[in-house]
Design a protein around this ligand. Structure first.
Ligand code: ARG
Ligand code: ZN
Length: 852
């Protein structure tokens, strides 16, 4: 069954108010719902309430039990005359048997909910769509000792004793909201409490609720929350609107976190952090996700989506907001590098494969499959381009108008663009193609020079590739930041913004006696694949001189890619230019160590593969290792110097300390490559002596890739130290799953039989199976054992947790990118999944589209 965007119709019935009564227990929970419904328009259609896995135990209309209801494909259908009624239903749930983790479920002794996108219909019968906005009042009753804390959206208005060791709590949320933002949590939780005073002087009580033992690990998340609240006031003028803001961390969670009104629920991996258990990347992720969910209070909750085709309305905008926030907290350059790396690592392959879709899709079978890098990360790039085209001030005027115009409404991407356009006076009609057309545009930039006229000519040409269902494309609006450098003086005439919205254009620049060096798509101003006629000398110049840090990073990456691609296709490796460029970067005292750490890292196997017509994992691995070795040897003394200079300090979480750890651990990897024995000893010493997880895990990862005997010892020590800490144990699984060793497939198959591996925890599944699916060398092992194992795991997980299983499919879906033998093996794995009886629609959609 396919849902189409063009079929949108306003709801037949509205539900201005809903009262929910939960009699909670892990084995049995009774839910009584009281809906005030009112007919929307003059139609005669019945009331249809969505339901999934629900059986009505009682149905009452205006207080009278009725029997003439019917169930149609899970939905409760009631014929009603008149326009206004009160509908009551009762259902019974079993949270502990809900392994899908959608709706009400049990996790580590807690009872909690996840409703986005369509989980509310697994709790009670309801018109479960985002354009039905209701006022919620909730009453929950539960055992007092097992569930001393009872939380829901909004304000806690009453509490009491229910006798027989039970108690109750009532919560009212004064804001209208769609059902996907409903949440409740019951459990034995302790809070890290704090408060925030808003810009208008109101006090907000903040609580981060976790297991008692985890309270000390919530300090960073709390600081991030307060910084986010202040930032949203300063940068967007957005103030928090309730007296309470609660966050709960749960261990079993299908995604990162959820922005339920006043009660965010988080995957514990994005809340808990301390030096002993969290890496610097984990700290950054905690900060970014806390900010993301908080920012949703305006971009998502106060103004929400009309239908799920508009998902990027809230997600793209909110990712842009959290990226901007993170850029303001540390190195903006490193943040941009990481954002682009994530886009290229997960979104570009999506755009170039069978599951390509525009940021506003036209159809879907299962909306859970559309929480993608395209909706989130490409969506954020599209908002960023609007910001670039309008400038910061007009963009802010546009967002002010958007929030003011649509507060309390469920709206569309068109409404967002209209607000931006109306407030700025900038015509965005051509730009809107970004919402409709899938595929990553290719931008060709050719620079030419005429010595007689002293003119440089830049020709820009774009090509938007065909994608499934979209064979022919129109040109996109590409905001391109560029500069031209005089190669003798190193000076540029400054940056300018060129907006290309036709197939091709030519620009001329006067006053260049020598051919200038082209710096283009600075700060990655448009999400395109760039092709230029720049020489190796041009790239080397930019890698050393460009004043835009992203462009500088990019020039070095391009040099590395050119070297690698040439080595793969000709079999001859010339590493000289990269060795020279890396050497200069390492010795540039003006550069931030955190930036250097990113600039001297080779492109990933996967990204190298994306440059090739047919991905050859073995040739890529060989070429990359050779370049690594060359860089390691050529600069060994420098790596050792960096290693020594950046160590020996006790842990501190600051941008400078983080940068020092980054560059030092990059150096460790190169030292290991140059001298396996000495490197292994150094790594093992670091592993034992580290006072933080970043250094410990970096050392473990280096050893896990090696042939060193100390590898087994280190893995074993790590396991014994952290076997009771699920989040750290996930790292132990991942480290082995992403290993570059030749025996990784066997190791991973064996780990899937480890007593600590389980299908019931999504983090653990992703830590082993998900990570393995990203390991280009081993997943694509020529004998196909990686594919077969992966398919077995998807088949095993599907009946337990269909959403998480479906998320794995794209690793196999990329089959067209590989050689004929691998294609056949990957297709066979997909076909075997498709032939599994009782397959979920989640996995069915992903697999059938991948094979089409
Ligand atoms: N809205 C949540 C966030 O972006 C994610 C919800 C994911 N839901 C889903 N069905 N995949 O923070
Ligand atoms: Zn989000």
């Amino acid at each position: 069954h396919i849902i189409r965007r063009e079929d949108y119709r306003p709801p037949d019935w509205m539900v201005p108010e809903i009262g929910l009564d939960f009699d909670l227990g892990p084995a049995k929970t009774r839910v009584t719902a009281r809906l005030t419904v009112s007919r929307n328009g003059g139609h005669g259609r019945p009331l249809v309430l969505e339901g999934e896995t629900l059986t009505p135990l009682a149905v009452r209309v205006d207080g009278q039990a009725i029997n003439d209801w019917r169930i149609d494909d899970g939905r409760l259908v009631i014929d009603l005359s008149g326009d206004d009624h009160v509908i009551e239903t009762e259902v019974e749930l079993s949270p502990e048997r809900n392994t899908q983790l959608m709706g009400l479920y049990a996790s580590g002794g807690l009872l909690c909910t996840q409703c986005e996108a369509e989980g509310f219909r697994r709790i009670t019968f309801f018109p479960d769509r985002p354009d039905v906005l209701s006022r919620y009042s909730v009453r929950m009753t539960a055992d007092k000792s097992a569930y001393p804390v009872l939380l829901a959206n909004g304000d806690n208005v009453a509490n009491g004793d229910a006798g027989e060791g039970r108690h109750w709590a009532e919560w009212n949320d004064p804001f209208l909201k769609p059902s996907y933002l409903f949440a409740l949590v019951a459990g034995d939780l302790k809070a890290n409490r704090d408060s925030f005073t808003t810009m208008s002087g109101r006090t907000v009580e903040l609580g981060i609720w976790v297991r008692e033992a985890d309270v000390p690990k919530t300090a960073y998340a709390m600081a991030a929350l307060k910084t986010s609240m202040k930032w949203d006031e300063d940068v967007y003028g957005r103030e928090y609107d309730l007296g309470v803001f609660n966050i709960v961390a749960v261990d079993d969670f299908n995604f990162g976190a959820m922005e339920n009104k006043g009660l965010n629920v988080f995957n514990s991996r994005y809340i808990l952090a301390d030096a002993d258990t969290a890496t610097d990347v984990d700290y950054d992720n905690v900060q970014g996700v806390v900010a993301h969910e908080y920012f949703h209070n305006w971009s998502g909750n106060r103004v929400t989506c009309r239908d799920w085709f508009q998902l990027s309305l809230k997600e793209g905008f909110t990712v842009f907001r959290d990226q901007s926030f993170s850029a303001d907290q540390g190195s903006a350059a490193v943040q941009r590098i990481e954002d682009v790396r994530a886009l290229r690592g997960s979104q570009f392959p999506e755009d170039g494969g069978p599951l390509a879709h525009p940021i506003r899709p036209d159809s879907y079978m299962e909306i859970g499959n559309f929480y993608t890098a395209t909706i989130y990360n490409k969506g954020a790039e599209i908002i960023r381009m609007i910001h670039t085209l309008l400038g910061a001030e007009k963009f802010r005027a546009g967002s002010d108008l958007y929030f003011e115009r649509h507060d309390g409404q469920a709206v569309t991407c068109d409404d967002f663009v209209a607000a931006m356009q109306d407030a700025s006076g900038v015509d965005l009609s051509v730009f809107k193609r970004w919402y409709a057309q899938a595929g990553t545009p290719k931008l060709m930039a050719a620079i030419a020079h005429d010595a007689d006229t002293k003119q440089a000519t830049l020709t820009l040409t774009q090509l938007v590739p065909p994608t499934p269902g979209q064979p022919v494309k129109q040109p996109m609006t590409l905001p391109i930041r560029m500069a031209l450098f005089d190669r003798a003086t190193g000076e540029s005439g400054g940056e300018q913004l060129v907006v290309l919205d036709t197939d091709t254009t030519t620009l001329t620049f006067d006053g260049f006696a020598q051919p200038p060096v082209l710096s283009i798509n600075r700060d990655f101003s448009a999400p395109v694949v760039l092709e230029t006629n720049r020489t190796e000398a041009d790239l080397a110049f930019l890698a050393a001189e460009d004043d835009d840090p992203f462009a500088r990073y990019e020039a070095m990456q391009q040099l590395m890619l050119n070297t690698l691609v040439a080595a793969i296709s000709t079999g001859v490796a010339d590493h000289a230019a990269v060795i020279k460029g890396v050497g200069e970067t390492l010795s540039d005292g003006a550069l931030d160590p955190a930036f250097i750490g990113e600039a001297v890292v080779l492109p990933s196997d996967a990204f190298i593969g994306d440059q090739m017509l047919v991905v050859d994992p073995d040739a890529i691995a060989t070429a990359r290792e050779a370049l690594r070795l060359a860089l390691a040897n050529a600069h060994l003394a420098k790596w050792q110097e960096i290693y020594a200079a950046n160590g020996g300090r006790s842990f501190e979480y600051s941008p400078a300390a983080k940068g020092a750890r980054r560059i030092r651990n990059v150096a460790l990897g190169y030292i290991m490559a140059a001298d396996a024995d000495a490197g292994a000893k150094l790594a093992f010493t670091q592993f034992g002596a580290a006072d933080n997880m970043t250094d410990r895990l970096a050392a473990l990862g280096t050893l896990a890739n090696s042939q060193a005997e100390l590898r087994v010892a280190a893995l074993d020590i790590f396991y014994r130290r952290y076997r009771d800490n699920a989040l750290v144990l996930d790292k132990w699984f991942t480290t082995q799953a992403v290993s570059t060793r030749a025996d990784t497939v066997e190791a991973v198959i064996e780990l899937a039989g480890h007593p600590d591996f389980t299908l019931s925890n999504p983090n653990r599944f992703r830590a082993l199976v998900g990570a393995f699916g990203m390991n280009q060398r081993s997943f694509h092992a020529a004998d196909g054992r990686g594919y077969a194992f992966f398919a077995d795991q998807i088949i095993a997980l599907d009946p337990v947790n269909a959403q998480t299983a479906a998320k794995m499919v794209p690793s196999l879906g990329r089959w067209r990118r590989f050689d004929a033998e691998r294609q056949a093996l990957m297709r066979a794995a997909l076909e075997r999944i498709l032939a599994t009886p009782g397959l979920s629609k989640d996995v069915f959609e992903q697999v059938s589209k991948s094979l089409a």
